[in-house]
Design a protein around this ligand. Structure first.
Ligand code: SF4
Ligand code: SF4
Length: 89
């Protein structure tokens, strides 16, 4: 019998339809005073849950953000940090 990798029941942009915000342990938080509007976070977010705001800055759609941290890694200005989703007692 031929073996293959297991099929995955999700696809790119799946969180547009499936809200995965509840998966997060940490959430990305943007500091607009450091942001230069380069758009790299928007480009690399695998869930396309970063969108351009009306003032030219970017904002995170937390309903869909799964907290992978890629936006933090690609930001050249260190304008995004990961913070605990729920502060422990
Ligand atoms: S952590 Fe950043 S890159 Fe990852 S899903 Fe959330 S907004 Fe997108
Ligand atoms: S990657 Fe960083 S500097 Fe660039 S738009 Fe996003 S938050 Fe701003």
């Amino acid at each position: 019998m031929e073996e293959h990798a297991p099929y995955i029941a999700v696809s790119h942009l799946s969180t547009v339809h499936n809200k995965t915000g509840d998966w997060r342990a940490e959430k990305p938080v943007m500091n607009r005073t450091k942001c230069n509007k380069c758009s790299l976070c928007w480009t690399y977010c695998p869930e396309t849950c970063i969108e351009l705001d009306t003032d030219g800055y970017y904002r995170i759609l937390y309903e869909y953000c799964k907290g992978c941290g890629i936006c933090v890694e690609v930001c050249p200005r260190k304008a995004i940090t990961m913070e605990m989703e729920y502060k422990p007692d």
